[in-house]
Design a protein around this ligand. Structure first.
Ligand SMILES: Cc1cc2nc3c(=O)[nH]c(=O)nc-3n(C[C@H](O)[C@H](O)[C@H](O)COP(=O)(O)O)c2cc1C
Length: 154
């Protein structure tokens, strides 16, 4: 299944959460799916072993930053399981007009409240109600067959 799903090219996002005392945390993900427009709902699937899973359950909110093609280093760093909050702090983010960290220079941002949570196997699907959006121009970082890619012509 893993090999077949690797043939499904996706964009790459960083899921931002905060811990109980408000420190930011970053996790690379490609399970983002749009679910509904009215109301605006998205979903992400998060492994139970992830630090982010705990923060999502504890705080009930998260941000989604859609990465740009030149943000591979951020994607790599946010996919490391051994990262800690100090390392996470070197990921560039801003909190200007929203309460969840947004990766600086991203293509788009969604600020969400957890609407519902469903457990399937070793992951839980979090349904997020979108409360704020931001959109910027640029081309996306892609993930295909376990490798970072860019759109042809970029
Ligand atoms: C391209 C890519 C996509 C990923 N997508 C997901 C995902 O959708 N859900 C998930 O739970 N982990 C996903 N991961 C794995 C997490 O990024 C990784 O386990 C990370 O270390 C989790 O961080 P945390 O435990 O600090 O929250 C993905 C990793 C990569 C490289």
């Amino acid at each position: 299944m893993r090999l077949v799903m690797g043939k499904f090219a996706t964009g790459v996002v960083v899921v931002t959460t905060v811990d109980k005392i408000g420190r930011p945390h970053f996790m690379t993900a490609n399970s983002l799916t749009s679910v509904s427009l009215l109301p605006p709902l998205i979903l992400i699937s998060v492994g139970h072993e992830r630090n982010s899973f705990k923060f999502l359950e504890e705080t009930g909110r998260f941000g989604i930053s859609i990465l740009r093609s030149d943000q591979q280093a951020i994607a790599l760093q946010s996919s490391q399981s051994e990262k800690n909050d100090c390392e996470g702090a070197s990921v560039p983010y801003d909190l200007d007009s929203h309460s969840m960290p947004m990766i600086s220079g991203c293509l788009g941002f969604l600020e969400c409240l957890v609407e519902n949570q469903h457990t399937y196997g070793d992951h839980s699907v979090f349904i997020g109600l979108v409360k704020k959006t931001k959109i910027y121009s640029g081309s996306p970082l892609l993930f295909f067959e376990g490798k970072w890619e860019e759109m042809a012509g970029d």
